[in-house]
Design a binder for this molecule. Structure first.
Ligand SMILES: C[S@@+](CC[C@H](N)C(=O)[O-])C[C@H]1O[C@@H](n2cnc3c(N)ncnc32)[C@H](O)[C@@H]1O
Length: 194
């Protein structure tokens, strides 16, 4: 993919426009930045996109998505009250972020805040991360999804686990793109599915 509008490359990092300034989008802190640098092919995000973000944490990546989807909405779900406290501060600054403290295994609780997301983005790093993603995808039926999968989150041989993940995704989705982002995020693959 060509670099999306409002994003530029500077040395080996990305920069993104926030107000009138260019700020660094560090691939070591954000797997979506790593996905772009690793030449992922898909970029469904537009100014108006509505994104359900599972595993929001303190909002490191959500901050950038909030700039990219400036007229849309990012609903950030996280189970950790400590992370949520920081995400709430970010949401005061950025009005298109809706934080939700809860478990991504239980979509019915945040459905009223989400309605119909166009994109699901998940970065949860738990043993059942793939099941959680498929459950949410089936529940909300978005146009597409990004899944940041950590092979280290479950016991076993890394390559075998990655192959199992791929097979399971292929049996659930028509399009499955797998990008190796382990240069920036140890043990991770970024998947785009549709
Ligand atoms: C690797 S961090 C996410 C980093 C974030 N995506 C970013 O780029 O800024 C994983 C997050 O998933 C959250 N998490 C783990 N299990 C969860 C669950 N069942 N439901 C919601 N959040 C969960 C953790 O609390 C943690 O904040």
């Amino acid at each position: 993919m060509n670099l999306p509008n409002g994003i530029r490359k500077k040395r080996s990092f990305l920069e993104i426009k926030e107000n009138k300034n260019w700020i660094t989008w560090n691939p070591y802190h954000s797997k979506l930045s790593a996905y772009i640098l690793a030449k992922g092919a898909y970029w469904p995000f537009t100014k108006k996109s509505i994104v359900l973000y599972l595993g929001a944490a303190e909002g490191t990546t959500i901050r950038f998505l909030s700039n990219i989807c400036s007229d849309g909405r990012i609903i950030g779900v996280d189970i950790s009250p400590t992370s949520m406290a920081e995400l709430l501060l970010l949401a005061e600054e950025k009005k298109n972020i809706i934080p939700f403290l809860g478990d991504a295994q239980l979509p019915k609780y945040y459905q009223p805040h989400v309605n119909s997301p166009e994109i699901i983005y998940q970065d949860i790093a738990q043993g059942n991360q793939l099941d959680i993603f498929i459950r949410n995808y089936t529940y909300f039926k978005p146009k597409c999804g990004f899944l940041m999968l950590k092979s280290k989150s479950i016991k076993g041989n890394d390559n075998e686990i990655i192959a199992q993940y791929k097979e399971k995704l292929k049996s659930n989705f028509k399009i499955v793109e797998c990008i190796n982002i382990s240069k920036w995020a140890k043990g991770h693959r970024a998947y785009y599915v549709q």
